[in-house]
Design a binder for this molecule. Structure first.
Ligand code: C5P
Length: 218
């Protein structure tokens, strides 16, 4: 189809969310935060006490997500859960349930639906490898564990959560390990992806790099 997609995949707290959102703004494209869908599923499961080892019950939760996205805000039913889904416990649960194929399948169609004219910027782990393999541009965004722990620390403190650097670094490494080594849609660079290490870059520099790559392929 003619509707262009830009995929931005990478590890947790690599800055891909910020970069993807800004690229979408520059181009007037839609934006898909696919991690938010796993987080919404996790939050919903935690609230319903769905057993985290029951993949079919969890897939049902994913299938029946009543979520909507409205600019910066994310709603579950009619509740604004934009901050609630960023809690560490929700991120960790999301990373656990994201290993389950039935959950990933339940969220597949929902993700495809975000592709609308004039275009889409999608960020996550498997946007370029599984969900949008024919994307016009694929980016694999990374940053050192230290840089990422610092960013995550700042995010959490700004949102009023407590955090400490040592726990955050350990947590990032654990989540990297799980995201990279799972059998279903592991985190890896898509064929033909442009690699971008943002450890020493500002978000705006990363955005400019992605825009110039896109200008070259569109
Ligand atoms: O990117 P974010 O930290 O919000 O994602 C939460 C979790 O959801 C990740 O740790 C990852 O395990 C999972 N995820 C995924 N596939 C995606 C996006 C996120 O498995 N496309």
């Amino acid at each position: 189809s003619a509707i262009p997609v830009i995929t931005i995949d990478g590890p947790t707290a690599s800055g891909k969310g910020t970069v993807a959102q800004k690229v979408a703004q520059h181009l007037g494209f839609h934006y898909l935060d696919s991690g938010a869908l796993y987080r919404l599923t996790a939050l919903s499961a935690l609230r319903r006490n769905t057993p985290l080892d029951d993949e079919h019950a969890l897939a049902k939760v994913a299938e029946h997500l009543h979520c909507h996205f409205d600019g910066m805000h994310i709603f579950l039913s009619n509740e604004d859960v934009s901050d609630a889904i960023r809690a560490e416990v929700v991120g960790n649960t999301a990373s656990q349930i994201a290993t389950l194929m039935p959950v990933r399948q339940a969220l597949y169609g929902l993700q495809l639906g975000f592709r609308k004219a004039p275009g889409l910027v999608a960020d996550g782990r498997d946007m370029g490898t599984v969900i949008f393999p024919h994307a016009a541009l694929k980016v694999f965004l990374t940053a050192s564990v230290d840089a990422r722990a610092q960013r995550r620390y700042k995010q959490l403190i700004d949102k009023g959560f407590s955090a400490n650097m040592k726990d955050l670094s350990m947590d990032l490494k654990m989540r990297d390990e799980r995201d990279t080594h799972r059998s279903s849609a592991p985190l890896k660079a898509a064929d033909g992806a442009h690699h971008l290490d943002t450890s020493e870059m500002t978000a705006e520099q990363a955005v400019q790099q992605v825009l110039s790559w896109y200008a070259a392929v569109k």
